[in-house]
Write a protein that binds this ligand. Structure first.
Ligand code: NAP
Length: 457
């Protein structure tokens, strides 16, 4: 892959890239099937991704006619990398095997003794299958993770409703945390020219998810003036949600868990901030009983900040917060949920839902059009990447562990082929127009926090 890297860095034309032979193997971050039971009987908090994520050589597969090979310059860690690495709630090998059983030879390729992880990426197309029309070798791209068969009729209304919809790099093999990725042509989007490889790689999964949850008519369909309560407002999803609410004329109320994150949130322009740790909310009295008085206290804190209840609650922590989220939503309001980090068996008081005509709206990733629209906003400098730190491929397990422990802000990037950070900017004038201060806000914040920690020692 080093030959591809040199050619990409030198700006080689398409014909030159096509002439470089594909390697028989490539480097990747992967799980091993034989480790799938390694954590059996352990508490979730003790499951350490550094025991399961391996870095090594993977045999190069063939691509289907509707697929491309991408030389991956950078990728990112998502929470699904954490779920995969600790085999929760299921081993991802069960997803790969189900895909493998579904019939075609191309599907069978995914069921392997290894699982190459990663659901984000930026890079350069180095081979196209014979049925690929809109992309060519040499195109600089970012990758979204909605893996659908466009010959499937159910994929042609909202492709998230396609009967065999999957998340690439989680429910399929050959993901983005590697030097080479296999993706369908309908996962490709143009790389924003003013961003570095790692800045371009960190967005697609969470940016598109937040876009669908808030902006799309498939989600909560936010309107001007809406009060939006955002859990984890400086996290992977929340950092984009805050931007969408501000861009769309809404009023964000951001919840975070430290004074430093509260500062970052204010720098982003979110004036209503709640530090959940400082407030010490205890929504659960014990494992089985929730405390309505704590929901009320939380609701009062929101009203004290913005004078009213949230029209929309942007929900993903799940079991720990869902009772509170349903309670604090405005009469007629919407709780939009895409996840359950703290547990998926949810409890809320249904009386508060039906008597006040509230709705719970489910959402999952984004269809191609939604991902494209979210990527377009990045390309126009209207949404900023929330990259805070970048690791190299050799240290994916450390990066994943840091996300598991909630030590990060925004997104963690991973350099795959790119030898160092800050490469890949093709439009420096555009970058200057958008503003370095905006583009690198999370990165500068994380660097400042790290240096303060060193001084404090
Ligand atoms: P992330 O970067 O870890 O951010 C999540 C934030 O949520 C954390 O930083 C934390 O912020 C907050 N949080 C975590 N546990 C909490 C709890 N018990 N109570 C209140 N707040 C809590 O992760 P992410 O990328 O935003 O993803 C969040 C979840 O959504 C994950 O479970 C992920 O798998 C899922 N997800 C689903 C989709 C989909 O398409 N369905 C897409 C993306 C992500 P503070 O500590 O600052 O409060």
């Amino acid at each position: 892959m080093q030959e591809f890297l040199q050619a990409i860095v030198a700006g080689a034309p398409s014909a030159e890239l096509e002439a470089i032979p594909l390697p028989s193997h490539f480097r990747a971050a992967y799980l091993r099937r034989e480790d799938a039971k390694i954590f059996d009987g352990m508490a979730s908090k003790d499951k350490d991704p550094r025991r399961t994520i391996k870095i090594g050589e993977i045999p190069t597969p063939e691509i289907a006619p509707d697929e491309v090979f991408v030389a991956v310059m950078a990728s990112s860690i998502n929470f699904n990398t954490v779920w995969s690495s600790i085999f929760e709630p299921l081993s991802t090998f069960s997803f790969l095997d189900r895909l493998g059983r579904s019939g075609s030879l191309w599907d069978q390729r995914h069921s392997q003794p290894f699982h190459v992880l990663g659901s984000d990426g930026s890079g350069v197309v180095v081979r196209v299958g014979s049925a690929v029309r809109n992309w060519k070798v040499g195109d600089k791209v970012t990758l979204h993770c909605n893996y659908v068969d466009d010959q499937e009729p159910t994929a042609h209304d909202d492709s998230m409703l396609a009967s065999h919809q999957r998340i690439w790099g989680f429910e399929t093999n050959y993901g983005g945390l590697a030097e080479l990725a296999v993706v369908r042509a309908n996962q490709l989007m143009p790389k924003p020219a003013h961003l570095t490889w790692e800045e371009a790689a960190c967005n697609a999964l969470t940016n598109s998810t937040s876009y669908r949850m808030l902006v799309s008519r498939n989600g909560a369909n936010m309107k001007q003036g809406d009060v939006v309560l955002i859990w984890g407002a400086t996290g992977g999803l929340g950092g984009y949600a805050v931007q969408y609410v501000l861009n769309g004329g809404g009023i964000p109320v951001g919840v975070v868990s430290s004074p430093e994150k509260a500062d970052l949130l204010r720098q982003m322009g979110c004036e209503a901030v709640i530090d959940r740790r400082a407030q010490g909310y205890k929504f659960w009295k014990d494992e089985h009983t929730q405390d309505e008085a704590e929901w009320r206290r939380f609701g009062k804190d929101i009203r004290d900040l913005v004078g009213e209840d949230p029209d929309i609650v942007f929900e993903h922590p799940g079991r720990e917060t869902m009772g509170a989220s349903v309670f604090v939503a405005k009469r007629g309001g919407t709780v939009v949920t895409c996840a359950a980090t703290s547990g998926y068996m949810i409890e809320y008081d249904n009386r508060h839902l039906w008597m006040k005509l509230k709705s719970i709206k489910s959402s999952h990733f984004a269809n191609y059009k939604e991902a494209w629209d979210a990527n377009r906003l990045l390309g126009k400098g209207m949404i900023q990447p929330i990259l805070s730190k970048t690791f190299d491929l050799e240290h994916v397990a450390d990066a994943c562990n840091s996300v598991r422990l909630n030590e990060h802000e925004g997104k963690i990037g991973v350099l795959c082929l790119a030898p160092e950070e800050n490469m890949g900017v093709d439009d420096p004038e555009m970058r200057e127009r958008v503003g370095e201060d905006k583009i690198t806000m999370f990165k500068r914040f994380a660097a400042g926090r790290a240096s303060a920690a060193v001084k404090g020692k």
